[in-house]
Design a protein around this ligand. Structure first.
Ligand code: SF4
Length: 472
């Protein structure tokens, strides 16, 4: 999505959101800025930071990338020792300034702010119920439901309000909440989205979606926020509540496959190493007689490295990525075939000419980009093009915060692997098995949500859920 609200459709699944909060540092806004900068891959539509000095709360947010939204002078105008920040890609609610986060309201003289990563599957039901009871919603985001639930229960005290509110929610949420004097970090009982705690050099705290945010501000990793945990940080110290009914752990395996940054550690392991192991398991499952293996940079880089090491096939970079392509560029005046592909990834003809090539990809969603890239490789002289994917076919929708297209637009939905290979113009195609994928993570099958691959949804989706319905 660009600043004018137009989707930049590259056929890839969209990231969801990232959150970063600070407690106990006089430069909270600036540290949050750096944390959000590290989490930019999780959302590029808008960014926002709310800060408090213990009594006065200030918020700045806008459409755009983190460095576009914040300048040195804007950050100086956000004084305080605690903060909550957010980068957004919209999965519910339209992409516009009203729906940027953190969301902030004042209720009976107390400020409440929320920054949310994930999707509530019962938000429509809760919203209808709250509206019947008189709540007036300002946005079309599911995150606003959280503020209304809290506002209705704050008279019971913070702990009771948090317990009552979060025990109503169903779905995926890693949330930062702020009052004027307290920072709260919450992770849903399935633990779909990552959320971790770190310690700052001065003894203060940072909570962030991924550990790469901790690294940038030189914070020490402490631990993950537990699934179902409500962590409260204020002048009295830190304490945890576990108000929700326990449920099966449901880490989103797509975070390991594609979403999280490779330098982050999530769900107990490093993303780079996990992706490399996916490539190693792929090599065990499917050896291809070819001249070399290559990724489409950067998505398949680490699995390609693992495949090359395990198979003995040399690794080459047969396509070069232009790192300076902005989110928009002027289209050529006359139709130039595959222009959008070549402006980002250009094949290296001398490497490819006459060669049998194995491409490693992390995922294929719509298939549109894959098709153009394969054609570009053949145009550059590749003799055979085989593709190995480091996850199983993606055949089902995600209701937990990942913006996959509807199943009718998923290239793997309703097609056999041979049919997909033909659709993409490949000589052969192989997908990593679901067992092989889980094996590469080092965790058990039970630890993950795998619903987009096997249709087994760990939290029953509200099938009336519809993005459009929320945008009315
Ligand atoms: S359905 Fe897929 S993308 Fe969505 S949470 Fe589950 S594993 Fe992740």
């Amino acid at each position: 999505m660009n600043r004018n609200g137009q989707h930049m459709n590259d056929g890839r699944p969209k990231h969801e959101c990232g959150v970063c909060g600070i407690y106990g540092h006089e430069d909270a806004a600036k540290l949050t800025y750096f944390g959000l900068y590290a989490l930019q891959h999780r959302g590029q539509e808008s960014a926002g930071i709310v800060v408090s000095d213990g009594s006065k709360v200030c918020l700045h947010k806008d459409m755009g990338l983190v460095p576009e939204v914040f300048s040195e002078s804007i950050l100086q105008g956000l004084p305080g020792h605690m903060s909550a920040g957010h980068v957004r890609y919209s999965t519910t609610g339209a992409s516009n300034i009203i729906n940027t986060q953190p969301l902030m309201v004042t209720h009976k003289g107390e400020t409440l702010a929320v920054a949310h990563n994930g999707n509530l599957v019962n938000s429509i039901e809760l919203r209808n119920d709250l509206e019947t009871k008189g709540s007036i919603f300002q946005t079309s985001m599911d995150s606003e439901v959280v503020l209304h639930l809290l506002a209705r229960t704050m008279h019971l005290g913070l702990d009771r309000a948090l317990s009552e509110s979060f025990s109503c929610l169903k779905g995926a949420y890693s949330i930062l909440l702020m009052t004027s004097d307290t920072l709260v970090a919450v992770r849903d009982p399935g633990g779909f989205r990552p959320l971790c705690l770190g310690k700052l050099n001065n003894g203060g705290w940072i909570v962030a979606s991924e550990t790469c945010a901790l690294d940038l501000v030189e914070a020490k990793y402490v631990r993950e926020i537990e699934p179902g945990e409500v962590l409260i940080i204020n002048k009295d110290g830190m304490r945890s509540l576990f108000p929700c009914v326990q449920q099966k752990t449901s880490y989103c395996i797509f975070e390991q496959v594609y979403f999280a940054r490779p330098d982050s550690n999530i769900f107990g392991s490093n993303v780079y190493e996990t992706r490399k192991r996916m490539g190693e398991v792929l090599a065990r499952e499917c050896l291809v007689d070819a001249d070399f293996v290559m990724p489409f940079p950067d998505s398949g880089n680490y699995a390609a490295l693992g495949y090359s090491r395990a198979s003995g096939l040399p690794l080459e970079m047969g396509m070069i990525r232009n790192h300076y392509v902005g989110r928009t560029f002027i289209q050529p005046t006359q139709s130039m075939r595959d222009f959008n592909v070549r402006v980002k990834l250009n094949p290296v003809r001398s490497i490819l000419e006459g060669k049998r090539v194995v491409i490693i990809e992390d995922s294929v969603i719509r298939g549109t980009t894959g098709r153009s890239r394969v054609r570009a490789l053949r145009d550059a002289g590749a003799k055979e093009v085989h593709m190995l994917i480091s996850c199983p076919p993606t055949r089902n929708a995600c209701y937990y915060g990942i913006d996959f297209p509807s199943p009718t637009q998923l290239v793997a939905a309703g097609r056999t692997v041979d049919e997909i290979a033909r659709e993409l113009g490949l000589d052969s195609l192989y997908y990593l098995s679901i067992d092989g994928l889980v094996e590469a993570t080092g965790l058990s099958f039970d630890s993950f949500c795998l619903a987009c691959f096997n249709g087994d949804y760990p939290v029953a989706p509200d099938l009336s859920f519809c993005k459009d319905a929320l945008e009315i």
